[in-house]
Write a protein that binds this ligand. Structure first.
Ligand code: APR
Ligand code: PHB
Length: 389
């Protein structure tokens, strides 16, 4: 088989890139290791920056997003019984959309299938060959049958555990990592959200987040130990702990119910450099991970897709390699800013094992400063709604 761009990974990065290129008449094949049902069962954050919303529109897949997403103009930052509203539109001139990543992925699968563009599930043993030549290829197997795609470029959109990053030789790759000493226990419940905006709460018992998917579907998280198992947490224990971490007025009005999903996610900051090797380009989680505080994962993947899409268009439409030559540098500049914001917001809001009273006082002083300082709020809001591409 031959194509112009072989895309490894059928998560949001690979699908969005594929759809954008398809609209410009650039051929792609998407290879996904898992089944579609498996990809669509993964629950991830649900806050979209305007850059991602604009890309969805440009890809022609925004109809449901524009109908169902909830616009959020602010979020509540709580610490103990104190709180303040971070007004995104007032402080940064933009809002965000609340719309689950799973829905983004579903809309992209529907569009790809409607367009009849090639998409293979349950591919195994994917290998990238000749990335440092002018004629790369991807070898893989389906049901034990070997296959090969010859292509101009390979987009490595296969997430943190994919093969693309590891294809770049060790001596050409630098990795930067920070692992946090706690996790997030998250639940989904068919209950009305406790508030009409998100609540990020910091307390002596640890962090909590109240988020939502729609008016009858709530997503809540609490900071937990890395040694906890989701099965050890009954729904009752979760709700009790969440209430203890929210200002009283929210704890009192919280509607609880059975969880329909419960899982623990570790927190990690990770970046690999460069994001290109010859004709292989890394995109999204394949190149970087952020802790979920601030919901930058999907949005940072989207900015990579933006730079790569424009680079590839420049190549095919204007015969210029400028965009792809500068891809890694441009993408990384924005990646590191999202890494900084997620790291800062995580450090501000969580209680770290072994932290002393001085550390806690510093967190509270910073939150007090944020509460009373317009410039500090603007800096935070600009990062939250998303830095420009
Ligand atoms: N071959 C083919 N597909 C693969 C391979 C492989 N060797 N390895 C992994 N994959 C697939 C995974 O099964 C997954 O569906 O690549 C896909 C990568 O998707 P994501 O992990 O969702 O990464 P990405 O598309 O970059 O999306 C970034 O997802 O993890 C969140 O926080 C992250 O929200 C961000 C977004
Ligand atoms: C979510 O809705 O799952 C979510 C929202 C905001 C975050 C992280 C996760 O910062």
């Amino acid at each position: 088989m031959k194509t112009q761009v072989a895309i490894i990974g059928g998560g949001p990065s690979g699908l969005l890139l594929g759809q954008l290129l398809h609209r410009r008449g650039i051929d792609t094949v998407v290879l996904e290791r898992k089944t579609k049902a498996h990809v669509l069962s993964r629950i991830r954050a649900g806050v979209l920056e305007r850059g991602l919303a604009a890309l969805m529109r440009e890809a022609g897949v925004a109809e449901r997003m524009d109908r169902e997403a909830i616009r959020h103009d602010g979020a509540l930052i709580a610490y103990g019984e104190d709180s303040f509203r971070l007004d995104f539109t007032q402080r940064a001139g933009h809002s965000v959309l609340v719309y689950g990543q799973t829905e983004i992925t579903r809309d992209l699968y529907d569009a790809r299938e409607a367009a009849g563009a090639p998409l293979e599930f349950e591919v195994e043993d994917v290998e990238i060959h000749g990335a440092d030549t002018d004629a790369p290829s991807v070898r893989y197997s389906v049901n034990g049958q070997p296959r090969q795609i010859d292509c101009d470029f390979v987009a490595g959109c296969d997430g943190f555990h994919g093969v693309s990053r590891k294809t770049i030789p060790d001596h050409l790759r630098r990795e930067y990592e920070k692992v946090y000493p706690f996790g997030w226990l998250g639940i989904l419940s068919e209950t009305p959200p406790v508030h009409d905006e998100l609540i990020y709460a910091s307390t002596d018992r640890g962090f909590a987040l109240c988020s939502m998917r729609n008016p009858n579907l709530s997503r809540y998280y609490i900071q937990c130990s890395l040694y906890d198992n989701p099965e050890d947490w009954t729904d009752k224990a979760f709700w009790e702990e969440l209430k203890l971490r929210l200002p009283r007025r929210f704890a009192d009005s919280l509607v609880t119910g059975p969880s329909i999903e419960k899982s623990i996610a570790p927190l990690r900051s990770f970046v690999t450099e460069p994001m290109r090797w010859g004709r292989l380009f890394l995109c999204g989680d394949a190149a970087h991970i952020v802790p979920p505080t601030g919901a930058k994962g999907l949005n940072t993947a989207a900015s990579d897709v933006h730079y790569l899409y424009h680079g590839l268009r420049d190549f095919y439409e204007n015969n210029s390699t400028e965009g792809i030559d500068r891809y890694s540098e441009k993408a990384l500049r924005r990646v590191w800013k999202a890494e900084r914001f997620s790291w800062w917001f995580s450090a501000l809001m969580h209680r770290f094992p072994g932290q002393n009273m001085f550390d806690t006082k510093m967190q509270i002083a910073e939150l007090d400063f944020l509460r009373s300082n317009a410039a500090a709020q603007s800096a935070m809001a600009e990062n939250y709604v998303g830095l420009p591409y």
